[in-house]
Design a protein around this ligand. Structure first.
Ligand code: GLN
Length: 447
């Protein structure tokens, strides 16, 4: 597949021809189920779009039954920015319902396969976007990352996925899951393309009150020769699989060989991340999803009175995982438990942020797994608790609002990709991309 950088040099005619071929290729592999629809707007470079980002005139459903029939009446800010830069939304990709999940199995549209082996999940929630790129069916894609949903599927599928600093990319037009954690970001074939797409979609937006007033760009200043101090986490890595530990060592050796200085640091026990995240995310989700009641939004199932309509609409429209999280979120926000759960989670969130700030006082980047091992097989994370626990490496980054990039390092004995992430301090995307480019060059995964 051509890269985004290359595609940006093609003429309109060349792009139109390319898109006809791409559509035919996608339709030849329906069992992969990376795309829900292959629709195109405009004559720019085709970019696949996760099904929770508004594209004017498209059916946009967040992978849910409750949004069947909804047609987006406007473009998300990222889509407007893409169009201004010569990119076109091309196809909407499969995802876990309302971005809640780690495998894309909870989608209303059925599961997406991992292109490396159809017995394995592609990761989630942006599993469709990752699978499309890994299968050579997309040049690049947009995903959203609330607790790892860009970086983890990227790692499971052997591609690059980047979560920007909270506030760098406008959330206007993103279907909200947990508003204080959600960020849209690029999913690409390589680090340079991620920087290019990040530059296109980032920047201040007056339509998003949490958008940072910063517009600096990174891709024209990429520098893989900068020598950095990079922290590794010897204790944290103990919870990972043997494959992942090996990949971690491969990356450390590569970073040393590229001239970086490696230092050891520690993060607090990931059990605190899991608790703080699942309380915060479900509380915000319960609030955000209240609008799907069949009156304001959502596929209405008419009942005998208003309350019955709410109950029937929501019972019929939401899947099990979404219902579970709405229940949990309303529980932690209820008056008797708010102090004990929600307030405590916010205090823990501060501690998590502080620990990162401390590390970044004398370190440029942190190297961490993004998931405990390779992609699980279908059904392996059926127990919700096991699924939540598998997020131990990804969610603290969202709780602290930091930028992070996941890139492929090596393959397991089964031939499945093993990815790792680099984490930078808030708003230091330049260092994140420079360090990632250096690691990518040294590892040479695609050769
Ligand atoms: N797996 C996490 C969750 O289910 C993260 C999802 C995401 O980033 N959207 O909440």
């Amino acid at each position: 597949m051509i890269t985004l950088k290359e595609a940006l040099t093609l003429s309109k005619d060349e792009l139109n021809k390319f898109k006809v071929e791409l559509k035919a290729k996608i339709e030849k592999q329906p069992e992969l189920n990376a795309y829900i629809d292959v629709n195109n707007v405009g004559d720019g470079v085709p970019i696949a779009i996760k099904d929770n980002i508004q594209v004017n005139g498209w059916s946009v459903t967040s992978g849910s039954n409750i949004l069947q029939g909804y047609v987006a009446p406007y473009n998300a800010t990222v889509i407007e920015k893409m169009k201004n830069a010569g990119l076109s939304p091309f196809g909407r990709t499969n995802m876990d319902e309302f971005a809640m999940g780690s495998t894309t199995e909870s989608s209303f549209y059925g599961k997406t396969q991992n292109p490396h082996n159809s017995e394995y999940v592609p990761g989630g929630s942006s599993g469709g976007s990752a699978a499309a790129i890994a299968a050579g069916l997309a040049i690049a894609a947009l995903g959203s990352d609330t607790g790892g949903s860009i970086r983890q599927p990227a790692a499971f599928c052997g591609i690059v996925g980047m979560k920007p600093t909270y506030g760098r990319v406008s959330r206007f037009g993103l279907g909200a899951y947990a508003s204080s954690l959600d960020q849209i970001g690029p999913m690409t074939q390589n680090v340079e393309d991620a920087a290019i797409l990040y530059d296109i979609i980032s920047g201040h937006d007056e339509k998003d009150s949490t958008s940072a007033e910063m517009n600096d760009k990174v891709s024209d200043k990429l520098d893989a020769t900068r020598k950095m101090t990079i922290a590794v986490l010897p204790k944290h890595i103990q919870n990972a699989s043997e494959d992942m530990k090996k990949a971690y060592q491969v990356a450390i050796d590569a970073l040393k060989a590229a001239g970086h200085t490696i230092v050891e640091r520690e993060l607090m026990d990931a059990k605190f991340d899991i608790s703080a995240y699942y309380i915060t995310a479900t509380a915000e989700a319960a609030t955000n999803l209240a609008r799907y009641d069949g009156i304001r939004y959502g596929n209405r199932v008419t009942g005998s009175n208003l309350q019955d309509t709410f109950i029937k609409t929501r019972s019929n429209g939401f899947g099990d995982e979404v219902k579970r999280r709405i229940l949990l979120g309303n529980f932690v926000l209820s008056s008797g438990f708010y102090e004990a759960y929600y307030v405590k989670a916010q205090k823990t969130r501060h501690m998590i942020k502080d620990q990162y700030n401390k590390i970044f006082e004398d370190v440029d980047l942190i190297l961490s797994p993004i998931a405990p091992g390779i992609a699980p097989k279908f059904g392996e994370l059926e127990n919700p608790m096991d699924m939540y626990l598998s997020d131990l490496y990804s969610i603290s980054v969202n709780l602290a609002g930091l930028p992070a990039l996941s890139l492929p390092i090596s393959k397991s004995d089964e031939g499945m990709p093993l990815g790792l992430q680099l984490i930078a301090k808030a708003y230091d995307e330049q260092t994140l991309f420079d360090g990632s480019l250096s690691l990518e060059k040294q590892i040479n995964y695609n050769s």
